[in-house]
Design a protein around this ligand. Structure first.
Ligand code: LLP
Length: 400
């Protein structure tokens, strides 16, 4: 499969001598190319903004890099808001899109002056009663089912996300009784979406709601743009979707009297292909290749049945034998089943691709394992952006 991530195998092998595996490495040049492609794709949109969905990969060095490229940031917890501040984002560049978080987090976000998007009537009403002059955006539920698997389809009728369309009437009333200002509408359909039509459907829903409200500043189409995980995989053509959404948006904008911004919120699209997880073979048995990692580091294959391309970069000897690549967790943790690998031996370096998004950010300490180091590669230089955890980190906060 054509590599998108540009870091060469020999370079990676050298790094494994300098830094002990396992570690993640992210290619800043790939992230930058993806970001530039988004800007090119939407270049006909006069007012356009990218909010990086930081839940995909929230390490501060990555946030700083994304900020430097010119993006704003989408956050879903008050701690993500605080990390975004630490990375240098200003309040007006931070968008807080919580789902069912305690109201105290929303109040805290309000005090920090960040943009707030709410998605349920109870909290919108609570917010309205605060009688603050600060406006909010509203996430709506478009009743559109889209996404790679059922765990990441989040905009169907019965989903916990978004305000139901039949609540818009109530929203109008609240707006009038409490002088609540609404400055934007938002939809996020799900993740791994390859269908442009799903986004076009969601645009229609957004425009229908938006035209009932004056003074909007933005319409946010969310994230979910699918990237390639394997050869012949379907994916979203960013140039195609950019052209199509821009055209729909520009037409709507002409009818709508205000200045209006189009926002998208990609996570995976920006960072997924950029990341690699480097591991080492510890033992081999029964066509099982064991590596010094587990679902405590990368849970996507086990939790979503997600495909991650896996290569043995130490061995040049091709083989047609298929192996299961498994981890050291005391549960079935298969990174890949029946994968053809170059002839594996103990000590070989196994590279797991597409490990930029929802990989480190979903890591845990299960089995009292330590989360790995993170490295950042940019213009042929590599820096450590997170140290490996230590045994002491496991003791932090324990009382014994
Ligand atoms: N905006 C909102 C409100 C979201 O909830 C998400 C992701 C995004 C944007 C970015 O979506 P993306 O462009 O990354 O697809 N852990 C799952 C993905 C969960 C996505 C959650 N929300 C996975 O590893 O496949």
């Amino acid at each position: 499969m054509k590599r998108i991530n540009m870091i060469k195998d020999n370079y990676l092998l050298d790094l494994t001598k300098k830094y002990k595996t396992p570690f993640y490495i992210y290619d800043g040049n790939t992230i930058e190319t993806k970001y530039k492609n988004i800007l090119k794709a939407f270049h006909n949109c006069t007012d356009f903004q990218v909010n990086y969905a930081m839940k995909a990969l929230s390490s501060i060095a990555i946030l700083k890099f994304v900020k430097k490229m010119g993006a704003c940031v989408d956050t879903v917890s008050i701690n993500e808001v605080k990390l975004a501040f630490l990375a240098g984002f200003k309040a007006n560049e931070i968008f807080f899109t919580p789902n069912g978080t305690p109201f105290s987090e929303i109040e805290e976000a309000l005090n920090l002056h960040v943009n707030i998007t709410l998605d349920n009537m109870i909290q919108i009403e609570q917010y309205a009663k605060l009688n603050t002059k600060k406006s909010i955006a509203v996430r709506i539920n478009p009743k559109i089912v889209a996404g790679g698997n059922k765990k990441i389809k989040v905009a169907g009728k019965k989903s916990k996300f978004g305000l139901a369309l039949n609540k818009i009437e109530e929203l109008h009333k609240l707006k009038d009784t409490h002088n609540l200002q609404i400055h934007g509408f938002h939809i996020h359909l799900g993740s791994d979406i390859a269908s442009i039509n799903s986004f076009k459907d969601s645009a229609n829903v957004l425009f229908n709601v938006a035209k009932q409200f004056k003074d909007l500043k933005f319409i946010n189409f969310g994230g979910g743009f699918k990237v390639k995980y394997k050869k012949d995989d379907n994916f979203i053509d960013i140039f195609e979707i950019g052209t199509q959404l821009t055209s729909l948006f520009n037409t709507f904008k002409k009818e709508y009297s205000n200045d209006l911004k189009l926002i998208i919120e990609p996570g995976k699209f920006l960072v997924s292909n950029a990341g690699l997880l480097l591991t080492e073979i510890t033992t081999i048995k029964n066509r099982h290749v064991f590596i010094n990692s587990g679902f405590n580091h990368l849970i996507r294959p086990m939790y979503y049945n997600a495909y991650h391309h896996i290569r043995n970069i130490s061995s040049a000897k091709s083989s047609d034998k298929a192996y299961n690549i498994v981890g050291y967790i005391c549960e079935h943790d298969y990174f890949g089943k029946k994968r053809v690998l170059n002839k594996p031996s103990v000590g070989d370096i196994i590279c797991i691709e597409n490990a930029g998004a929802y990989s480190f950010s979903m890591a845990s300490n299960y089995n009292s394992r330590l989360r790995p180091m993170e490295l950042f590669y940019y213009n042929e230089e590599t820096t450590v952006i997170r140290k490996k955890e230590s045994f002491d980190d496991l003791l932090t906060n324990q009382i014994y």
